[in-house]
Design a protein. Sequence first.
Lengths: 106, 106
Amino acid sequence: MPDETLPQPARDEIELVTVLRALGDPVRLRLLAVYADDQEHNCDQCDLGLEDLHKSTVSHHMRVLRESGVTTTRTSGRNRFVRLRRADLDARFPGLLDSVLGAAER
Amino acid sequence: MPDETLPQPARDEIELVTVLRALGDPVRLRLLAVYADDQEHNCDQCDLGLEDLHKSTVSHHMRVLRESGVTTTRTSGRNRFVRLRRADLDARFPGLLDSVLGAAER
DNA sequence: TTGATCGTTTGATGTTCGTCAAACAGTGGG
DNA sequence: CCCACTGTTTGACGAACATCAAACGATCAA
């Protein structure tokens, strides 16, 4: 079965308000910090440092990030790999991602 | 009666999540664009381009912006003057405000 | 094929949010 | 002193949201 990219907004469809709202949540901001390395990540809570949350809750937050345009998700077998859409975000909202990541690391 | 500054978080108390959540709303983003000139603004909807909203709704949104640390409000007589806390935001989250304002103008 | 694994979806619950309307409060002008 | 003006506060209501639990679906290994 070939890999597949889950539904997500095109670069020009990414909206500032939606992105800001997506990032305006402590859990999703934690996820963003994990994704800051521009590597692919699966959905394992242990890796994500979210062991306190139910897996369906994590799934919900990852969907919000994807549908807002912050991340992209690739399917491979029964795993899903999530990655930051840094190029798209930088093109659409220059400087935004860097400043948020810088502030989130604190 | 002397002028007075309404309650607001100190610079070091401004939280990233709270700011992002405050800006993750279309009305408050419109307000932010108005405040981008670093001038003081009163609460008149006509000036703000928010004639479609009830005045208590506008008051609510301005409170959210103030309590999140995005704006400061000075009382003078029966008027209130709102201004961006640009220096505080730049110090705490370098580049964030500029990138949001740049993206919001579009 | 059977079972384990990874993650999503659905439903339920309580909370937060955005909005309006009406009442309220402080201020300053006649 | 009264009244108009500016803006806030409170209450109500529906929509959206965060969370969990349980059921489901797809995949891979034995």
